[in-house]
Ligand binder design. Structure first.
Ligand code: SF4
Length: 494
């Protein structure tokens, strides 16, 4: 942490530039307001929304409580259906597994879809280091990749780009990655989509290996589920010969029937659609698939921990693992709307990123220690969350952890965190206040002294208090303390 502001260092610095960028703010404002209004209408259509929300929360909580059992059940079901399950404790292990699997096929390129988990572990970079090219096939992720950019939204990773910017990216970059954009490409959405379609088709038809994520994994059947809007995901999941899915362990649900809840709440919360356009499910390699049937002939599931079981050990913070990545909380957040996704320094931006990243990664870095403060605590995120994650509660819990330190689980071991650097002055001020309040005589003398010296009041505080007075007026010291006023008007309170 830096000492620029008590408890508020890195996120504000990262957000400063974004807040000054008028085009970015306009893009974000337009996109988030459009989606949030549509979502509100789609949710209002369902009379049983509150019951669906409660049911989703209950299923997720139950599964997380018995995660060990359901993961073993899932492993058995995937294996019985012809798939191979790999367990990855962290990003390095997951990257090693996936890279090894791709190299074993003899291929040097993969197509990718729906894989926030692979962004979380930096898989593209690991593949590149091993001489393997990874091509994103989701339209928004393609824009991010071609633009040498980073995703800034869970659902719409290129939300910070407008049509003209996308056209320019396609024109200059597509040719370097494969089929170039048409000469006279305009910024009409249909033209842009067609350019992406032609560019990607070439990749789909050539790729022998695909890497995907999954929205859900069904323990009882070993079924993987991907929800997407463009159909590109389905091409990825069915055309290549080898499919490698990298999925966080929290994505498991017990039964096929549980999907019924999430297939209603997820599309309405994320894209305001009544039903998801493309829902693809696959269960290992069944007798009708394999070498003689449709779909991949080899399926590998990489189950990723990477801080999730540590998060599960935290009684308050574990509710973040309920998240189904709908992005509704981003679209209503006044902080996200102004700062954009990059300032969160993680593949998970917005309110969910502010509680998930500091738990998955710990709070030792500047950005992670500052993320719990990246909120006004207005509660809008909790109101819209389809699995009722009380994000403000977790934010306060994590703020307390950053400021006070205390016990946490890291890599499965219980450790005690020290208070974050930067809170020393705050704690010293609180100790001094307690001392004064415990000694009324000293408090009275101090207040009289302050009142006498009121004309010497500085406009800005020195040292660590300076950041506070950069954005606020330092209040004037009254000529008379409340205690003296009371004594004068009503007599001595003692
Ligand atoms: S925290 Fe809730 S609202 Fe936000 S992305 Fe996750 S499920 Fe959606």
């Amino acid at each position: 942490m830096t000492g620029t502001h008590l408890g508020m260092p890195a996120f504000p610095e990262a957000a400063r530039e974004a807040v000054r960028d008028g085009v970015l703010r306009a893009n974000l404002r337009h996109a988030t307001h459009t989606i949030r209004d549509k979502r509100a209408r789609a949710v209002a259509e369902l009379a049983d929304w509150d019951r669906l929300r409660a049911a989703g929360k209950a299923v997720k909580d139950h599964t997380l409580r018995h995660l060990d059992r359901y993961l073993l059940q899932l492993e058995a079901a995937v294996t019985a259906a012809g798939g191979t399950v790999h367990w990855a404790a962290d990003a390095d292990e997951a990257n090693r597994i996936v890279t090894g699997l791709v190299l074993a096929t003899g291929e040097r390129e993969v197509v990718k879809v729906k894989s926030m988990a692979t962004q979380e572990i930096g898989l593209n970079e690991a593949l590149e280091a091993a001489g393997i090219a990874a091509y994103e096939t989701d339209l928004a992720e393609l824009i991010v990749q071609l633009g040498h950019d980073r995703p800034s939204h869970i659902l719409v990773p290129a939300i910070h780009r407008n049509r003209a910017e996308i056209r320019d990216i396609f024109r200059t970059e597509m040719g370097r990655w494969g089929r170039p954009a048409p000469e006279a490409l305009g910024d009409d959405p249909r033209e842009l989509a067609e350019a992406a379609r032609l560019h990607l088709r070439e990749k789909f038809l050539r790729a022998k290996v695909a890497v995907s994520g999954a929205n859900f994994m069904v323990a009882e059947t070993g079924t993987m589920v991907v929800l997407e809007s463009e159909g590109n995901g389905r091409m990825c999941l069915t055309l290549p010969e080898t499919l490698i899915s990298v999925v966080g362990v929290e994505k498991v649900v017990p039964t096929f029937r549980d999907l019924e809840i999430f297939l209603q709440t997820l599309p309405r919360s994320s894209t305001a659609e009544r039903m998801n356009p493309y829902t693809t499910m696959w269960t290992g390699l069944g007798p009708s698939r394999g070498a003689d049937g449709d779909g991949p002939t080899a399926f590998h599931l990489v189950l990723l921990d990477n801080g999730r079981t540590d998060t599960l050990a935290d009684e308050v913070g574990r509710q973040a693992l309920r998240c189904i990545r709908c992005s509704a909380c981003l679209n209503v957040c006044p902080v996200y709307e102004r700062a954009g996704g990059h300032a969160y320094g993680s593949v998970y931006p917005g309110p969910i990123g502010a509680i998930l990243s500091p738990q998955l990664r710990g709070t030792s870095s500047e950005i992670d220690a500052s993320l719990p403060y990246a909120s006004t605590l207005c509660g809008a995120c909790y109101e819209v969350c389809p699995v009722a994650i009380d994000i403000p509660e977790v934010l306060l819990h994590l703020r307390e952890r950053v400021a006070q330190g205390g016990p946490v689980t890291r890599d499965g071991i219980r450790v005690t965190l020290r208070p974050a650097h930067g809170h020393t002055a705050e704690r010293a001020a609180m100790r001094a206040a307690r001392l004064l309040l415990d000694h009324p005589g000293a408090l009275r003398a101090g207040m009289r002294l302050l009142a006498r010296a009121r004309r010497l009041r500085p406009r800005r505080l020195p040292g660590p208090g300076r950041a506070w007075t950069d954005t606020r007026e330092l209040p004037a010291v009254p000529a008379e303390s409340f205690r003296d006023w009371w004594t004068r008007e009503r007599g001595n309170p003692q």
